[in-house]
Design a protein around this ligand. Structure first.
Ligand SMILES: Cc1cc2nc3c(=O)[nH]c(=O)nc-3n(C[C@H](O)[C@H](O)[C@H](O)COP(=O)(O)OP(=O)(O)OC[C@H]3O[C@@H](n4cnc5c(N)ncnc54)[C@H](O)[C@@H]3O)c2cc1C
Length: 497
């Protein structure tokens, strides 16, 4: 049935572009799929929504680590434990575990240079879980951080004859509604619709829904809104496209977050505050309060990608919005509130906002509010003055006693004493979402009945395998593994026409 039955009813009058394999999204998963398919001899075309220079998605601005596990057996045990009650089919666990042991081998085979982190910024996330000793984190090349692994991934594509169409978002898959096969994709260029034929298959690798507030409200637990420190181009398009051709969804409620960060209208992504980093120490007093003017958490707790313990289990940090970082003059005078030299995040790596040394520019912009009294500050930001004063009095008491009797905070036990007082609104922030179209061990996108949608594959954080807990470097590790699987299986398809 190479040309039918009935494809003619669904194919557009003309195709603007065509290739054997069309990859939608140029991040780590897209790279692995495209390079694999190209190595196997197929013509590959990548559609990328961002302009040249801003492609790479979250991968470009990530911490640059990827997982390469030391044993498939332990990896399968560890992932099973990470999934906890949110189980994933055994076949998927096995394929993931096998692929995670082969990331270095693959990267070397296509010209990369895998190096193990010497001083990992974070170690094994859940060392108590069985199998955790399999975790090893790698990057590419002799230096670690700041887009360096991404630059290697990018060059793997650019040094091959793989065509990339920038500023060309995929919009809607073209499907034979009888056989359900995917024949190509409607995309957009310069605001005009174009059609792209996929002779063998389409691979969706266009990331998560970090910037789609409606999906966030619908799918993320307890989140009326949330922003990201990753790519602003990830707007859940892959989810919309996959749903349009009858895909099932999974893991929509799991995400790498939340943390608490500054989001301002002038920039699309969030700013991390030094004072809230789990290990950084600044002079001066600070607390975070919710809309009732009360603290709700240990502000310095090292969450596990946003998860905190509760009654012996892990759950997303509660973020009662709006939240405020409230601090005193000593902290305001202690240097930039924002970490000016972080190695990852869209703002530092791409937008590169230059935060003032003394925070004065951000005060002048209104990002930071101030008053000479706590009551005045509360009124300025819309909190109950008596509640905020009582909260600060209680916090200062904890500091005098040397123990945070409410939340057990251990770092920066400093009272808020010296006026002026300041407040900065915090929003829930995340790295990335994990949900998307359900896929199987062949990287095929599945219908709700479990049947694959013919000629449609996916990889990466768009429908990631992670259903509950997350091990750092697992996302890019998964992108490489399932990207390869998708690329290989796409090549194995017979052209439909
Ligand atoms: C700050 C930060 C640090 C992180 N650190 C790490 C880390 O060290 N290790 C790790 O494993 N994970 C890390 N993560 C998570 C990880 O970066 C991502 O989950 C992973 O890179 C996702 O890769 P991807 O290929 O699935 O998607 P992305 O890399 O996000 O790429 C998706 C691409 O698709 C494009 N796109 C979107 N919509 C469309 C469309 N309609 N048509 C065409 N193109 C489209 C986007 O522009 C983008 O280029 C981090 C995330 C962040 C934000």
């Amino acid at each position: 049935m190479e040309n039918g039955p009935g494809h003619e009813y669904f194919v557009p009058e003309k195709w603007d572009h065509e290739a054997d394999v069309v990859v939608v999204g140029f991040g780590a998963a897209g790279v692995a799929a495209a390079v694999t398919a190209h190595e196997l001899g197929d013509e590959v075309l990548i559609l990328e929504k961002a302009p040249e220079g801003q492609e790479g998605g979250n991968t470009r601005v990530a911490g640059q680590g990827y997982l390469n596990t030391s044993s498939a057996e332990s990896a399968a045990t560890y992932l099973t434990a990470l999934c906890g009650p949110y189980t994933v089919p055994e076949k998927m666990i096995r394929v993931w575990a096998d692929a995670m042991c082969r990331n270095n081998e693959w990267l070397s085979s296509v010209g990369g240079d895998p190096q193990e982190h010497q001083h990992p910024p974070e170690g094994i996330e859940f060392p108590d879980l069985p199998g955790s000793d399999c975790v090893h984190k790698f990057h590419d090349g002799p230096k670690y951080g700041y887009s360096l692994t991404w630059k290697r991934f990018e060059s793997l594509v650019k040094e091959r004859s793989i065509k990339i169409l920038y500023e060309t978002p995929g919009r809607e898959l073209i499907q034979n509604r009888i056989t359900r096969e995917i024949l190509g994709i409607h995309a957009e260029q310069d605001g005009k619709p174009i059609t792209v034929k996929a002779r063998k298959a389409v691979v969706l690798t266009c990331g998560g829904f970090e910037n789609n507030q409606e999906m966030i409200r619908n799918y993320l637990p307890g989140m009326p809104y949330c922003y990201t420190s990753g790519s602003p181009y990830n707007e859940g398009d892959g989810i919309t496209m996959a749903m349009g051709v009858g895909a099932d969804l999974w893991h929509m409620n799991n995400f790498a977050g939340p943390s608490m960060a500054l989001k301002v209208p002038e920039y699309p992504t969030t700013f991390s505050m030094q004072a809230l980093h789990f290990s950084k120490v600044m002079a001066g007093g600070m607390i975070v309060v919710g809309p009732d003017g009360q603290r709700f958490a240990d502000e310095k707790f090292k969450t596990r990608h946003g998860k905190v313990p509760m009654n012996g289990k892990w759950k997303p940090l509660a973020t009662p919005t709006p939240m405020y970082l409230v601090f005193d003059q000593d902290m305001m005078s202690a240097g930039p509130l924002y970490d000016k030299n972080p190695s990852h995040g869209w703002n530092p790596v791409v937008d590169k906002y230059d935060w003032s040394e003394d925070n004065s520019a951000e005060l002048a912009k209104g990002w930071i509010k101030s008053s000479d009294s706590l009551a005045g500050l509360a009124e300025t930001v819309g909190l109950d003055p008596a509640a905020l004063e009582a909260c600060v009095t209680r916090w200062n008491g904890h500091c005098a006693a040397g123990e945070d009797a409410d939340f057990g905070r251990k770092l920066m036990l400093q009272p808020l004493e010296r006026a002026r007082f300041y407040a900065l609104e915090l929003s829930p922030s995340m790295l990335n979402t994990q949900g998307g179209p359900r896929r199987n061990e062949n990287s095929q996108v599945l219908q709700p009945n479990g049947d694959p949608i013919p000629r449609l594959y996916s990889a990466g954080e768009l429908g990631s395998i992670y259903s509950y807990l997350y091990q750092g470097t697992g996302n890019i590790g998964e992108c490489l593994g399932f990207g390869r699987i998708a690329g290989r299986n796409a090549v194995a398809e017979t052209p439909w026409g």
